[in-house]
Design a protein around this ligand. Structure first.
Ligand code: PDD
Length: 282
């Protein structure tokens, strides 16, 4: 079966789907992206991701090439062509193709829109959540606007690779004060001894995760108290539980930080219950 991607106005076989060498996403990282989880053919937290997409474009003054309905139509068609019911959709919009010059190109340059989809092994992901995962910690080397979902992910890439090479699944990024900002591709949470949920405040230092926001609403409805504040690596290691959230990992318990066990070293009851609550509502 041919796998399709959408590039700049056309659905093409995945292997033929390319952007121009002078696309500003390729040359400057002058582009934003979004990722939706797809479950049973439906986009999870669809509106939240569309709202963040619009915000990222606005912050960088890239013209929005489509309406929400327009994106929904294209994504629906991509999922249909790829017969994809469980996995993810990736969307990227760059400022477009123009002669290389750092300053914005002339008005009228069309943004480049790219869409791909990918199947995910849900059984493997569930097994991983059942076992819990390990994280390492590493300095946060990123810029000052991590709230914009740009494709400039080099520090995240290097951090994730370091995690994998250390036998872990994720890297928690640590700011110059020793406080955890977030994971390389996930938001970071801990559960205190008295059962409060702690996750860093959504300022310009972290991506405002859509799963994070969605889970905060659900957790509050379930009666949890949430503290939006930074926490140190030491506080996390001695916390009752730790976990991470993202569109693709949902809620995944963290059982080791830099090789040190969190709690009793097994997935905690709070993270496990929140994962179930999130999936039940999806
Ligand atoms: N990552 N923090 C970072 C740095 C991220 O890249 C992501 C998402 C998150 C979680 O955000 P959300 O809940 O909206 O997925 C937090 C996506 C999945 C990725 O890059 O593939």
């Amino acid at each position: 079966m041919t796998r399709f991607a959408y590039v700049d106005g056309r659905f093409l076989p995945h292997d033929e789907a390319v952007v121009h060498v002078e696309d500003r996403g390729f040359q400057f990282g002058d582009a934003i992206y979004e990722v939706w989880s797809v479950r049973d053919g439906q986009l999870l937290d669809a509106d939240g991701h569309f709202a963040r997409l619009e915000r990222s474009l606005g912050e960088l003054r890239i013209a929005n090439p489509k309406s929400r309905a327009g994106y929904q139509l294209l994504i629906g068609e991509l999922l249909r062509r790829n017969r994809l019911r469980d996995g993810l959709v990736y969307l990227q919009i760059s400022r477009g193709r123009a002669r290389r010059d750092h300053a914005f190109p002339a008005a009228g340059t069309r943004p480049t829109l790219v869409l791909t989809s990918k199947r995910l092994d849900r059984v493997a992901a569930q097994l991983r959540a059942d076992a819990g995962v390990g994280v390492i910690t590493t300095p946060d080397l990123r810029w000052g606007r991590c709230d914009i979902k740009t494709v400039n992910l080099l520090p995240n890439v290097l951090a994730k690779q370091a995690a994998i090479e250390a036998g872990a699944v994720e890297a928690w990024l640590v700011d110059s004060s020793g406080l955890v900002t977030e994971g390389s591709s996930t938001n970071a949470w801990i559960v205190t001894a008295d059962g409060r949920l702690v996750t860093r405040q959504a300022d310009q230092g972290i991506l405002h995760g859509i799963t994070r926001a969605s889970l905060m609403r659900q957790a509050e409805e379930l009666g949890y108290v949430i503290e939006e504040r930074a926490f140190s690596v030491d506080e996390a290691v001695s916390a009752r539980e730790a976990f991470m959230t993202s569109a693709t990992s949902y809620v995944t318990p963290i059982v080791r930080i830099d090789g040190r066990p969190v709690g009793n070293g097994a997935p905690g009851s709070v993270a496990t219950a929140l994962r179930q609550a999130y999936l039940d509502s999806a």
